[in-house]
Design a protein around this ligand. Structure first.
Ligand SMILES: [Zn+2]
Length: 186
């Protein structure tokens, strides 16, 4: 899914969670940041190559918005690093190990991890066999699930309509709650 929608869904999830649990602004920011973060590291090798190597800003833009088999030609090492960084940040196995290690260290679940998990779960279903299937079981396999590619026009419309409806509902019910509490205080 696109980065903006990842951030918005994570934000909606946190807003809903805050109705039941106390979530600090720091945890909120980190959760949303981790929901976006998995799509960034694989850009770094291409960014580096564009800034310091033979690459260009046009190649970087081409890579960021690429369609399968239309990617700009990249040096082998850049291609290799980008590919594996993308696999690492989209793997439920890697995220599972990271979650378990942090859990053991902190002796409780580190809540912002749920942002990363939201990204992995959403991407599994919003990529298709012919549109970068999400490598959720990397490093065991780089195969992914055949879902609906997030950039399919009807899906984009549906996704943002669902986001708009979710935020409208969150906003409306928040106002209703605020109204109720002020009513009960007066
Ligand atoms: Zn992603």
């Amino acid at each position: 899914m696109d980065i903006l929608a990842h951030a918005l869904w994570a934000g909606a999830g946190v807003a809903l969670a805050r109705r039941r649990w106390t979530v600090s602004p720091r945890t909120t920011a980190l959760t949303v940041a981790l929901a976006v973060a998995p799509d960034l590291p694989h850009m770094l090798p291409v960014l580096w190559w564009s800034a310091f190597g033979a690459g260009s800003p046009a190649a970087l833009a081409g890579y960021a918005g690429a369609a399968p088999s239309l990617e700009p030609a990249l040096p082998e090492a850049v291609q290799f690093l980008s590919h594996h960084l993308h696999c690492i940040t989209h793997s439920a196995i890697i995220a599972g190990v990271a979650t378990a290690l942090l859990w053991a260290w902190l002796r409780s679940l580190w809540i912002p991890m749920l942002g990363w998990w939201s990204h992995i779960v959403i991407d599994v279903f919003t990529h298709s066999a012919d549109y970068y299937p999400s490598p959720v079981l990397y490093p065991i396999t780089r195969q992914g699930f055949d879902g609906v590619a997030w950039n399919t026009p009807w899906f984009m419309v549906l996704n943002y309509a669902a986001l708009a409806a979710s935020y409208a509902w969150l906003f409306r019910t928040r106002r209703a709650r605020a109204g109720n509490s002020s009513a009960s205080l007066s």
